[in-house]
Ligand binder design. Structure first.
Ligand SMILES: Nc1ncnc2c1ncn2[C@@H]1O[C@H](COP(=O)(O)OP(=O)(O)OP(=O)(O)O)[C@@H](O)[C@H]1O
Length: 260
């Protein structure tokens, strides 16, 4: 029977083989993500968060277990997924306008309508005035906004976000969180974010999963209450329950780190 989940992971195990050692990064991990849900992965360094994203993206093949995307098995990179990383990956010799359609070009989807859509997104990000600038002429926050436009331009059903805002100052970070969550809500996209920033996790996620142990497994789940989820990221941080959720998450991440 076809699955109704955006992502369904069952008993996933992954081992890296190097010349000198074998590292089992993930063992027997099961997880489901609902369409439209925003799931955040946090946990100590090296616990396997990025590996989970790479497996979902079909960039690496698991040793065992099963991953389904919108009911279809993952057998390699899927056009339904877009990936955004901490490094913006903008090409220095292309303008902002040319950079933001790169994904569309690679997928042979750079139609006039699709390009017009990216210009609308660029406008929403407050960046129309730099469409003809080159990346070196932009600030870090602007570059990451362009990278976000490029990620959204291909109209992915699932966004995988690996610490996309971690190099930004707090103002830029909250601004980008705001832009991201607005677009995700408007377009009802599913997203999985990896972050080390526990405040960010609570302010923008629907559900936060603490990954830990060696090999990595889900050790703790923190559902974010509906009244916090309804708020923009800055206002969420000022909600009366925010501090106690932060303490709960902090305690769990530290407890798991000590056990590792
Ligand atoms: N290509 C690789 N070859 C060998 N081992 C790897 C490889 N990539 C990751 N690992 C190992 O797998 C484990 C999980 O790594 P992963 O990058 O998924 O963790 P992470 O939780 O994302 O870490 P961080 O928070 O530091 O980015 C670590 O022990 C890491 O050293």
């Amino acid at each position: 029977m076809a699955s109704d989940y955006a992502v369904q992971i069952e008993y996933l195990t992954h081992t890296y083989f190097t010349k000198t050692e074998e590292v089992t990064a993930i063992r027997s991990l099961s997880l489901t993500v609902q369409p439209g849900e925003f799931v955040v992965l946090v946990g100590p360094s090296g616990c396997g968060k990025s590996t989970i994203l790479s497996l979902i993206a079909g960039l690496i093949t698991p040793a065992s277990g099963r991953i389904q995307l919108f009911g279809d098995p993952v057998n390699g990179p899927s056009p339904r997924i877009a990936y955004m990383l901490q490094k913006d990956g903008l090409l220095a010799w292309r303008t902002v306008a040319q950079n933001m359609i790169l994904g569309l070009e690679l997928r042979r989807q750079a139609t006039a309508a699709a390009i017009a859509d990216t210009h609308r997104l660029l406008d929403e990000m407050g960046l129309s005035h730099v469409a003809h600038h080159y990346p070196h002429q932009l600030s870090g926050g602007m570059r990451q906004r362009v990278a976000l436009v490029r990620t959204l331009a291909v109209r992915p059903d699932l966004l995988l976000l690996d610490e996309p805002f971690s190099a930004l100052d707090i103002q830029n970070k909250i601004h980008l969180e705001h832009l991201l969550t607005n677009v995700l809500k408007e377009q009802q996209k599913t997203a999985i974010l990896v972050t080390h920033d526990l405040e960010e996790a609570i302010a923008i996620g629907d559900r936060v999963l603490v990954i830990g142990g060696r090999p990595g497994q889900i050790k703790y789940t923190l559902p974010i209450p509906a009244d916090i989820r309804a708020l923009p990221p800055l206002e969420a941080r000022a909600h009366p329950s925010f501090r106690s959720l932060f303490s709960e998450l902090w305690r769990e991440v530290n407890r798991i780190e000590k056990l590792a």
